[in-house]
Design a binder for this molecule. Structure first.
Ligand code: TTP
Ligand code: CA
Ligand code: CA
Length: 670
């Protein structure tokens, strides 16, 4: 995978004669092997797909790479390929403007779930049907998964390399251990024990050579460094990492025809800035000797987590928005003005210090499917139809998680309902003794909705969301479809094909307590209403509001960042994330979310807030679920019960959210 001529000889320079020892010690080399986060030789990469959804459509439709294409969602464009960007198109132009600017633009609408359908599809008229369709990001999730699998196949297994999926179109790689292995092979002098067995001894210098950076974009060096200075081991590690990344990118292209850009640096923060530095289809290396120069060119408000209110506060406190000026401020003064933790964090971040780990978590902990209604919906019929779509959406994702093969199975189903400023949530156990299928989930979900409705004040409803949580591993008792063990897509395809009326497919009746409740509520007719008509509904035509967007998310934790927010997609210390909000930079049409610091269109704010709100609720429930597990076990088989949580004030984070792992703000977008 790597080029053998990493190092080419060049004349011995004066400086190398002066400095015969490396700046790095044997201990630090050993830390590279274990990928210690504080190791100064550490090598982290960030890979981000170019114009991702647009590329997915180009690959799917086999469109030549030079054709301009944009991905449409209702009346907006959510991804624009690079040929189309050459015409000046971006996410904020309207469809009319886009066609004016680029008459040959191919516009492909995202796939949607159409009310009444069993599966999402690419519908030609979906953009006219926002009220009855719901966006499906499944096609992009599937491609994302294939890309992730290709990356993993091409790298040694963990713990030699670590891969963290950071969003639907990006990953972090910790290549430290892998690079360490290659370094020892290429430079056997590194294998020996340290002189005097003292790990604080400095390493010998690398051979005096010019490093072969191939086509990498190298960030300019700090002013104190020159290209004539001999490389040290950190440069060597970075060249090796960049060879690996180049070959991973080549592999992705060869196998799947996707281009991506990458950043290579000593930590996640810098690697991520690097991948965005030169696009498309390029990789940028931020050598340690270039970090200060690279960062000092930025306004600090451009650094992740510093774009919002926190950034504004810092600008106000120190009368500057440049990293360069802020570097002059002593840490004590930073702490005094913005608090100890934030001050220390800021001091380190602007110096390019970030010790967050690459976290190869893979397990999905919950799944959410949601829709905001603008205007609100007013009838139970409509609500039930949406619930049916949510269930189909979640179930298809569950199939991919292996529920049919009994690999994993969620324990709880949660429904959120928003009316005015009040959100109510209901949750229910998913009975373990029954086959997991759509009917089961649909029946439980309708029961939850019935509870909300029976309590009154259900309409008009502005948002409905459904989620599953509490995944358990390797459960038995799911007889699935005919007991066949099927994998992913295959199982999914078959399950879609064999759908029959609920009575035939799933002869078991709902648990008695559930039935009773629903009957008591007086809306029993909805309880068996799986075969809804998807015919015309005059109300639906009036519901079209082209500023509305769907939400359809998978979640890892309450700190997940929504798709449109994935630029903010990693380890923000919670305290910082919470401090931020406000309007973005100089563009009045944009705002910066106070929760995740992502920059969004002002018109997207409602849905974005809803999304956080739903996540908070999901987190709330997850926490509650843990503390109440015992109580819930006792309540079986009375599957429906549990919490009603009026959230009068709405938007704040509930007090008992699940904590993210130390140093990790988890998120995922795909
Ligand atoms: P990005 O990686 O931010 O953008 P991109 O991949 O389209 O382009 P780039 O080459 O600059 O990386 O987002 C990945 C996908 O996420 C994008 O293709 C579409 C989706 N997305 C939205 O739907 N809404 C948004 O506001 C953003 C930023 C992205
Ligand atoms: Ca991208
Ligand atoms: Ca991205």
């Amino acid at each position: 995978m790597s080029s053998p001529n990493l190092l080419e000889s060049s004349p011995v320079s004066l400086s190398s004669q002066r400095r015969r020892k490396s700046a790095f010690t044997y201990r630090q080399l050993a830390q590279l092997a274990t990928s210690t986060t504080s190791c100064p030789l550490r090598v982290i990469a960030h890979i981000d797909l170019d114009a991702f959804y647009a590329q997915c459509e180009m690959v799917r439709l086999d469109i030549p790479p030079d054709k301009p294409l944009a991905v449409q969602q209702w009346q907006g464009l959510i991804a624009i390929n690079y040929p189309a960007r050459a015409f000046g198109l971006n996410r904020h132009v309207t469809i009319t403007e886009a066609i004016k600017q680029c008459p040959d633009l191919i516009m492909q609408h995202v796939a949607t779930w159409k009310e009444g359908d069993e599966k999402w599809a690419y519908h030609e008229d979906s953009f006219k049907n926002m009220a009855t369709h719901k966006v499906s990001l499944d096609p992009y999730r599937l491609e994302s998964r294939r890309i992730l699998a290709t990356i993993k196949e091409h790298l040694p297994a963990a713990p030699i390399s670590k891969v963290e999926k950071a969003s639907i179109d990006e990953v972090f790689l910790d290549l430290s251990t892998h690079v360490h292995g290659i370094m020892l092979e290429r430079f056997p002098e590194l294998k020996g024990p340290p002189p005097y067995d003292d790990p604080t001894e400095q390493l010998p210098r690398p051979p005096t050579t010019a490093l072969e950076w191939q086509t990498d974009a190298l960030v300019d060096l700090d002013s104190t460094e020159t290209e004539d200075d001999d490389p040290d081991w950190d440069d060597v590690a970075m060249v090796i990492a960049s060879e690996i990344v180049r070959s991973v990118r080549a592999k992705i292209f060869e196998a799947l025809k996707y281009t991506c850009s990458a950043g290579v640096a000593r930590n996640k923060m810098l690697a991520k800035l690097g991948s965005a530095h030169k696009k498309p289809n390029q990789q940028t290396i931020i050598r340690n000797r270039a970090v200060h120069h690279f960062l000092s060119d930025f306004k600090f408000t451009k650094i992740r987590n510093l774009g919002g209110k926190l950034g504004d506060e810092i600008v106000a406190a120190f009368s500057t928005d440049t990293v360069k000026d802020l570097l002059e401020v002593p840490v004590e003064q930073l702490k005094k003005k913005i608090g100890d933790d934030t001050g220390t964090w800021l001091y380190n971040i602007i110096r390019g210090e970030d010790h967050s780990e690459v976290n190869p978590r893979t397990q999905i902990k919950s799944m959410l499917s949601a829709k905001s209604f603008r205007p609100s919906i007013n009838t139970l019929d409509t609500a039930v139809r949406w619930i049916r779509i949510f269930v189909a959406d979640i179930f298809s994702r569950l199939v991919e998680e292996g529920v049919l093969e009994n690999k994993r199975r969620p324990k709880t189903l949660n429904l959120y309902h928003r009316q005015g400023a009040q959100t109510r949530s209901k949750s229910a156990s998913i009975p373990m003794g029954r086959a997991m299928d759509e009917t089961l989930l649909f029946d439980i979900a309708k029961g939850l909705l019935a509870q909300v409705v029976s309590e009154g004040r259900a309409w008009p409803c502005a948002n409905l969301s459904l989620s599953v949580s509490g995944f358990e591993e390797g459960v038995t008792g799911n007889k699935g479809i005919g007991g066949f063990l099927l994998r992913g897509d295959e199982a999914k395809a078959i399950s879609a094909a064999v759908r029959e009326p609920s009575e035939v497919r799933n002869p078991e009746t709902p648990p008695p307590s559930k039935r009773r409740r629903v009957e008591e509520s007086g809306i029993q007719r909805f309880f068996g209403a799986r075969q809804e008509s998807s015919g015309g509904n005059s109300e639906r035509e009036e519901q079209q509001d082209f500023h509305m967007k769907d939400e359809i998310r998978e979640a890892h934790s309450p700190f997940d960042v929504p798709p449109s927010a994935q630029l903010a997609s990693d380890d923000t210390p919670k305290a910082h994330a919470e401090m931020q909000s406000g309007h973005s930079d100089d563009d009045p049409s944009r705002y910066t979310c106070s929760r995740c610091n992502s920059t969004l269109l002002v018109t997207e704010q409602g849905e974005h807030d809803d999304w956080h709100f739903a996540k908070d609720l999901a987190a709330d429930l997850a926490a509650e679920e843990r503390t109440n597990t015992a109580a819930r076990e006792q309540s079986r088989p009375a599957s429906i019960s549990l919490s009603t949580q009026p959230k009068g004030k709405g938007r704040g984070r509930p007090p008992n959210v699940v904590k993210a792992e130390k140093g990790q703000k988890k998120l995922q977008f795909g």
